[in-house]
Design a binder for this molecule. Structure first.
Ligand code: GDP
Ligand code: MG
Length: 622
């Protein structure tokens, strides 16, 4: 059965765990609300009023930097955790897993860590230092040491320092769950106490304020603080506690804590002024008083703590859902997960092609605009110009010019023309390839389930692109073959239907009336002849162009688009089936940041669930 003691310990553990996970109290983190719901104790008071000294004597250990001037320059969140036995040690939030057993080095680390943020200056920082002390000699408490309130900025401090410190202190003590340890030095009039001033401001009823009077030993001879300690000067709900800490001279002489406590006990026991109050004075008594108060506060808060824990658990569960559940460890389940993810991607890719998602229409754009435009731009005018026709036809005939129709010349002209079609055919293949590649990229990006797995993402992208590359090769071969087929056997009918008449060149002997020389007439005859050949070839080529305009898209769709739709990841599937467990889990590697986040989430969840169980078991014990 859990006891109250263990409940306070539990609260401490939750706070410490929140700290370790980055949920600092007062921060803007999502879980700081739980931190804030748990009670803590903050010391407030003027500079050098003895705040750090009081904290030290509550803990029973020398570990805080003390002295005159501004010594405490960052908040110190101190968690005391009672352990049953064993050596006491301390741990810093910024140095997890390093155990300090020498408290002088704890003080040194506090000083160094303060300087790390503020530099060796007189400036302050609101970034807290987290310190946990585990010891058989402490009560379970969370204590916060704060910079002292001041009235003027000294050399080396910003003009706003007075306000800055006050705001920082207020940000801690205004939280309803903060128990205020208001430290006032006895050698100053209580009416001038900075601690009481700010405590009254944030806690007007005095419910959560404990008045502590230090430096009783430094009061002027002939005066005493009985009126304050007995609550007559300033009334608080809780009794005032008087304290005698070590003086600066004691500190300089290294008077140890045990000696100091003994001295304090003796002081009250033998004091003519405070003898009657001796049992309710001193640091040890203050520690017990605080611990008891904390118990009652926590008991009253159990319902709200429980509901906060439940809320945190709900939030964490939701975040876990969002992050995706952890991957199964056995190879079969991993393979299944990978195939599921591939299918999710493939589905999106298909939607892009078939419509539903945009992008597939760009393939039609290639067939409808790009290909016809490219065909139209082919330089047939130049290739079939009279000069070129004359050149090619004459060369084809060799030394024996043709008699009727230049068979060889026709064939060469047509072959030469058809070769031009390879360009647009291959360009269509490449253009569709680019569209498909872009759709793969898009689909990967749109596949929500894949987002977690960057490695698998790039593997799928790689496999898909490899397939597309293969499809492109195949498609290219096919369209080039289409063109080659056209040149390998010409459509004979087309030529049979051409008018067979031999060019009538008028009077070969020249025209006597217009005095045209015979050689000129022969030239004219030849030009008309070649022009006719050019135009015949041109209309044949046009016919082929029309055919290819229709057949190239068919080939491209058959070889690339249809394949991509049906077999994009087939090759990958055959490979993945042969992989070992380790390779599979490598594919399911997640983004490290995400894994980290999930791990943190899982840790918190475990912690909160344990906390809920413990709180439940305590709630029923009286
Ligand atoms: P803080 O600035 O409020 O944290 O005060 P410190 O704890 O650093 O103490 C400031 C100075 O006052 C130190 O030199 C302490 O030795 C001294 N001091 C604190 N409390 C007492 C006390 O009860 N009696 C005497 N004689 N000196 C004290
Ligand atoms: Mg201090």
């Amino acid at each position: 059965m859990a006891t109250m003691e263990s409940l306070i310990g539990l609260v401490n553990r939750i706070q410490r765990a929140c700290t370790a996970l980055g949920d600092y109290g007062g921060g803007d983190q999502a879980f700081s609300s739980l931190w804030d719901a748990l009670p803590s104790v903050a010391v407030v008071g003027g500079q050098s009023s003895g705040k750090s000294s009081v904290l030290e004597s509550i803990v029973g250990r020398d570990f805080l930097p003390r002295g005159s001037g501004i010594v405490t320059r960052r908040p110190l969140v101190l968690q005391l955790q009672k352990i049953e036995d064993g050596k006491e040690y301390a741990e810093f939030g910024h140095l997890p897993r390093r155990r300090f057993s020498d408290f002088a080095s704890v003080r040194k680390e506090i000083e160094d860590e303060t300087d790390r943020i503020t530099g060796k200056t007189k400036q302050i920082s609101p970034v807290p230092i987290h310190l946990s002390i585990y010891s058989p000699n402490v009560v379970n408490l969370t204590l916060i040491d704060l910079p002292g309130l001041t009235k003027v900025a000294v050399e080396g401090q910003a003009q706003t320092i007075v306000e800055d410190i006050e705001n920082m202190v207020r940000s801690y003590v205004e939280k309803p769950n903060c128990i205020i340890l208001a430290i006032s030095p006895a050698n100053q009039d209580i009416a001038t106490s900075d601690a009481i001033k700010i405590a009254r401001e944030v806690d007007p009823s005095g419910d959560r304020t404990f008045g502590v009077l230090t430096k009783l030993d430094l009061m002027d001879k002939g005066t005493n603080a009985v009126d304050v300690l007995e609550g007559r000067s300033y009334r608080l709900q809780h009794p005032w506690v008087g304290i005698v800490n070590r003086s600066q001279a004691d500190i300089n002489k290294n008077v140890d804590m045990m000696a100091a406590r003994r001295k304090e006990r003796e002081y009250f026991a033998t004091s003519p002024d405070y003898g009657h109050l001796a049992s309710k004075m001193g640091a040890e008594y203050l520690a017990k008083l605080l611990s008891r108060h904390l118990e009652s506060v926590i008991r009253a808060r159990i319902p709200s703590i429980t509901s906060l824990i439940n809320k945190s658990i709900d939030e964490l569960e939701a975040e876990m859902d969002h992050l995706g559940r952890p991957i199964a460890l056995d190879a079969g389940a991993q393979l299944y997960t990978i195939l599921e993810l591939c299918r999710a991607f493939d589905k999106i890719f298909k939607e892009h092609l078939d419509g539903g998602r945009p992008g597939g229409d760009r393939i039609y754009g290639v067939f409808d605009n790009q290909l016809p435009a490219a065909l139209k731009k082919l330089p047939f005018d130049r290739h079939l110009s009279v000069q070129n026709v004359r050149k090619i036809v004459s060369e084809a005939d060799g030394y024996q010019p043709h008699l009727i129709a230049p068979e060889q010349g026709y064939r060469r002209l047509i072959e030469g023309s058809l070769n031009y079609f390879r360009g647009p055919a291959e360009a269509s293949v490449d253009a569709v390839h680019l569209v498909l590649k872009e759709l793969v990229r898009k689909s990967i990006g749109e596949c929500q389930e894949l987002k977690r797995f960057p490695t698998l993402q790039s593997t799928i992208a790689g496999a898909a692109n490899e397939s597309l590359e293969r499809f492109r090769e195949e498609s290219k071969k096919t369209v080039v073959r289409l063109v080659d087929m056209e040149s390998s056997y010409l459509t004979v009918d087309f030529f049979r239907k051409l008018p067979q008449e031999v060019e009538k060149a008028g009077n070969p002997g020249g025209n006597p009336r217009d005095n045209t020389p015979a050689s000129q007439n022969i030239d004219r005859y030849a030009e008309a002849h070649f022009r006719r050949i050019g135009s015949n070839v041109s209309s044949y080529v046009y016919m082929i162009s029309e055919t290819l305009r229709n057949t190239i898209p068919k080939a491209v769709v058959y070889c690339q688009v249809k394949e991509a739709k049906q077999n994009l990841l087939n090759y990958f599937y055959t490979q993945i089936g042969r992989r070992e467990g380790k390779q599979l889990s490598e594919l399911l590697d997640e983004d490290p940041a995400l894994m980290d986040r999930r791990l943190q989430c899982a840790k918190r969840l475990e912690l909160y669930k344990k906390a809920r169980d413990e709180v439940d078991s305590v709630a029923w014990v009286r």
